[in-house]
Design a protein around this ligand. Structure first.
Ligand SMILES: *[C@@H]1O[C@H](CO)[C@@H](O)[C@H](O)[C@H]1NC(C)=O
Ligand SMILES: *[C@@H]1O[C@H](CO)[C@@H](O)[C@H](O)[C@H]1NC(C)=O
Ligand SMILES: *[C@@H]1O[C@H](CO)[C@@H](O)[C@H](O)[C@H]1NC(C)=O
Ligand SMILES: *[C@@H]1O[C@H](CO)[C@@H](O)[C@H](O)[C@H]1NC(C)=O
Ligand SMILES: *[C@@H]1O[C@H](CO)[C@@H](O)[C@H](O)[C@H]1NC(C)=O
Length: 451
């Protein structure tokens, strides 16, 4: 039996604690500490923003809803989340109770749309903001727009929006991952699939000019680009929040989501166009699995942390609630935080460029990490969680015959213990969770500890 124990050099407040499943030949325990997690004053403001302060406007259509509703229903909480799916016409089937209520968009025939490769429905989608505003709902601080295949992580969305003063004009969202899309549409807008948020005062201003403005941006492809154009007339720039994911990629999202930026996960999109998050699981099932982890610690979902064991020469990289990657050699922090390129660009299916760096995913099994996928979570009364990660069956096919990999293959899974991550951390200077530096490791029997 082998014992490995790593302790973060960081001040101890709570721990993340990794241990291998019993029964596996090898045993690995890596302990790392998190920095203190105390919310700052701003976060604890009176009348903190909550889910009911958001009015969602989801762009849908009667024809596609039957297919798309599965994504929306994963995050929509009837009687808690407020908002509507906006359709082009009355649905032919009875409306599901688990779906958000729907509204039929007003006719848009009078507006100009001249983009040759796009769809006129973009005009209707752009007007969702105005039609939502004009419903006159009380206590709305934010209007959040999304597509019918956008999955929002509502608690995190609330946390992100809480950072901003809803009494000022804010336009919050993120860009496309594919540079070709940003060049084609704009870097200066919140992409509609990833979703974007508009504060009440900005919405009020936008509603005033929107109808005239839509004609000025008749050549713009999508509703998000039209909104982006109109917001730029008001003079408000987009505030980028890296947790909104347009997911303009083709292939597997594994590399991207295993190296999530230091920001809460707010949305995922294009789930019908990318491979399922978990091998052997379908698309909707994959999102359900991620949401299962998410529910027990929303802020920590996909948060990245890694440890090195300098005795075994192991590098461990965790994307909380998604996977754990083990390399039987030392990989720099810089490399671990750079997404493995398991995907291509959205429009032309090219290898590059993206709005972030990537590193090559080798085809050689002796250069790849061994991946353990999230498989269950246990939550304790004090908010601490233990998530378990198991090696995927698909992973077991192509093996590296080197001895150093043999020892990794002997590990069936890991348990990761972590304290509840307080969303207050997002209001402070950012630092990766669980910064580990391995102080000691050992090949002897049982566990050894040092540091
Ligand atoms: C679990 O929570 C307690 C406080 O209740 C804390 O002292 C402990 O370090 C936490 N454990 C882990 C593994 O985070
Ligand atoms: C890992 O977690 C599972 C499920 O929570 C539990 O049954 C198992 O005993 C744990 N293993 C270790 C080594 O802590
Ligand atoms: C949200 O905050 C308002 C106060 O602005 C409060 O009346 C309402 O009950 C809260 N809703 C939820 C779901 O917490
Ligand atoms: C939502 O509220 C309506 C009426 O207030 C009620 O009939 C319905 O059962 C509620 N749905 C859920 C899922 O709580
Ligand atoms: C780890 O790497 C160092 C330097 O490359 C090497 O000297 C050492 O033998 C390796 N240890 C193991 C356990 O492979």
């Amino acid at each position: 039996m082998k014992g490995v124990l790593a302790i973060c050099v960081f001040t101890v407040f709570s721990f993340c604690y990794f241990s291998s499943f019993p029964g596996s030949k090898w045993r690995a325990d890596i302990r790392a500490s998190y920095r203190a997690q105390i919310p700052n004053g701003a976060y604890n403001r009176e009348e903190k923003t909550n889910i009911s302060h958001i009015l969602f406007g989801i762009g849908g259509s009667a024809e596609t809803w039957t297919r798309r509703r599965h994504y929306c229903e994963l995050w929509w909480k009837p009687n808690t989340t407020r908002g509507f799916v906006w359709l082009d016409e009355e649905p032919s089937k009875p409306w599901p109770e688990t779906s958000p209520p729907y509204k039929i968009s007003a006719d848009t025939a009078r507006f100009k749309y001249t983009n040759w490769y796009g769809s006129r429905s973009a005009v209707r989608m752009a007007r969702i903001l105005k039609e939502s505003f004009e419903l006159g709902f009380e206590n709305v601080r934010w209007f959040v727009m999304g597509d019918d295949d956008t999955v929002f992580f509502a608690e995190n969305l609330v946390d992100v929006l809480s950072k901003y003063d809803y009494e000022q004009m804010y336009y919050i969202g993120s860009n496309s991952e594919s540079v070709e899309q940003d060049l084609e549409h704009s870097y200066g807008m919140g992409y509609g699939g990833g979703g974007f948020a508009i504060s009440y005062p900005l919405a009020a201003e936008l509603v005033r000019i929107l109808d005239g403005c839509i004609d000025r941006y008749a050549a713009a492809y999508g509703s998000d680009q039209k909104i982006g154009g109109c917001v730029s007339e008001i003079g408000v720039p987009v505030t980028k929040e890296l947790g909104f994911h347009q997911m303009d990629i083709r292939g597997s999202p594994y590399g991207l989501l295993s190296a999530h930026p230091l920001a809460p996960l707010v949305s995922l999109h294009h789930l019908d166009y990318i491979q399922p998050l978990f091998p052997g699981e379908n698309r909707v099932g994959s999102i359900k699995r991620l949401i299962h982890a998410y529910k027990s610690d929303p802020s920590r979902t996909l948060q990245h942390s890694f440890c090195h064991d300098t005795n075994l020469n192991w590098s461990v990289s965790i994307s909380w609630g998604y996977n754990m990657q083990l390399y039987p050699f030392l990989v720099t922090a810089k490399d671990l935080s750079t997404p493995l390129q398991t995907f291509l660009t959205w429009g032309s299916w090219s290898r590059e460029p993206f709005t972030f760096n990537t590193r090559v995913m080798s085809l050689e099994p002796c250069e790849r990490p061994v991946i353990f996928y999230f498989d269950g979570v246990e939550k304790f009364g004090n908010g601490n969680t233990t998530t378990s990660y198991r090696r995927a069956r698909s992973e077991q096919r192509r093996r590296c015959e080197e001895e150093r990999y043999g020892s990794v293959y002997a590990v069936k899974g890991f348990n990761v213990s972590a304290g509840l991550l307080d969303p207050g951390v997002w209001n402070k200077a950012l630092r990766r969770q669980c910064l580990c530096e391995i102080i000691s490791g050992s090949r002897s029997t049982g566990r050894r500890r040092a540091g």
